[in-house]
Design a protein around this ligand. Structure first.
Ligand SMILES: NC(=O)c1ccc[n+]([C@@H]2O[C@H](COP(=O)([O-])OP(=O)(O)OC[C@H]3O[C@@H](n4cnc5c(N)ncnc54)[C@H](OP(=O)(O)O)[C@@H]3O)[C@@H](O)[C@H]2O)c1
Length: 329
């Protein structure tokens, strides 16, 4: 198979196109002929070596990528419900590598058929895994109720982009996003179903006293600190990432008591393996949301040979929407 390997930890230039033996699926796994592999922030963290000291994490040479679309190539022992050649999308529910390859081995519980859905496979891989995670985060962790309001930080980021559509699907009455000031112009043209997108540097005043039932925060740092002023009694702040890189942020637990608020963590890699049924519901809901146009973002498709450019653009934040790699261009 053709693959992109990080030959060592380091800058995007460590990404190299290689030819490797085709892998075969084990029990409970599906081999996928990959047509599209999404590029995510997590791939950059793997390549940079940010997880190098975490037990069990992949070490170089490693193939980044944990979300792919393609067709079923082979089924491992015990796998039923999928046909050879069927169009599917897959997400890894664990620490994910291996996606930037023309053949990907997926655990069956993270695979959903997109046969007959007529959705662009680049958009499918860009959005379905994130939308499935958003569904689990909003339903299982935030316990979003019909008519509730949601605030999403980093509103146009890959992961965050999935939240407004899924929140709508689950009956949210209002969805507001925050972005850095440089993204306000892009925000004005987004097709994502936000009611309003505001500048995160102007929080909380820009929201003129509006408070929320659920806040989704994959960004951390200053916007996490501002979130507490935006929570209603009974509301839930879902800590779901740290794109800002601020690992020092802390929560004053007595403030949770006084405000009667909840702070909960959501980490798909930790939670989803324990909740395969919730993941299955999430994947099916995600497909419906994407097909209904609730997750419409721009997707740039680049060939495998431009993986270095893809990672450089991610690092420089020179993107609007997501980047997807394909072995076929
Ligand atoms: N909980 C989970 O299971 C889960 C699943 C997927 C991802 N994540 C996490 O979610 C985070 C985002 O991942 P992603 O794949 O969506 O990345 P992404 O597409 O690169 O998006 C990152 C978002 O964070 C914003 N951002 C970055 N640095 C910021 C800063 N200093 N201040 C304010 N905003 C900042 C970006 O804004 P700009 O566009 O203005 O740069 C962008 O909206 C990561 O921490 C990732 O690990 C968690």
């Amino acid at each position: 198979m053709r693959a992109i390997q990080a030959t060592q930890f380091g800058s995007p230039s460590v990404l190299t196109v290689v030819d490797l033996p085709d892998p075969t699926p084990g029990p409970g796994q599906i081999a996928i002929d990959v047509t599209h592999a999404a590029v995510g922030l997590i791939d950059l963290l793997f390549r940079q070596g940010q997880f190098k000291d975490v037990p069990g994490m992949a070490q170089p040479p490693l193939i980044p990528g944990l979300e792919v679309a393609g067709t079923v190539r082979a089924l491992g022992d015990g796998v039923t419900g999928f046909a050879i050649g069927e169009n599917v999308v897959s997400m890894s529910a664990g620490a994910g590598t291996g996606g930037y390859a023309s053949v990907y081995i997926a655990p069956v519980h993270g695979v959903v058929s997109i046969e007959g859905s007529n959705v662009d496979p680049a958009l499918v891989v860009a959005m379905i895994p994130n939308a499935a995670m958003a569904h689990v985060a909003l339903s299982l962790v935030a316990k979003l109720g019909k008519g509730e309001s949601v605030l999403v930080h980093g509103a146009l980021g890959g992961f965050s982009s999935a939240f407004p559509g899924i929140a709508r699907q689950l009956g949210a009455s209002r969805v507001v996003g925050t972005v850095r000031s440089g993204k306000l112009e892009t925000a004005a043209h987004t097709k994502l179903p936000y009611d309003r997108i505001v500048d995160s540097s102007e929080l909380p005043g820009v929201l003129e006293g509006e408070k929320f039932d659920v806040i989704i925060d994959p960004v951390g740092g200053a916007v996490r600190g501002q979130s507490f002023a935006l929570m209603k009694p009974g509301s839930r702040l879902i800590v779901a990432g740290n794109a800002s890189g601020d690992w020092a942020h802390s929560v004053k637990t007595n403030d949770l008591w006084l405000g009667s608020t909840t702070v909960a963590g959501f980490n798909a890699g930790a939670l989803l393996p324990l909740h395969p049924q919730a993941l299955r519901r999430g994947l099916e809901a995600a497909l419906k949301a994407v097909a209904a146009g609730l997750c419409d973002i721009p997707v740039d498709v680049l060939p495998f040979s431009e993986a270095v450019t893809a990672h450089e653009r991610m690092e420089s934040r020179d993107l609007c929407g997501r980047i997807v790699l394909t072995p076929e261009l």
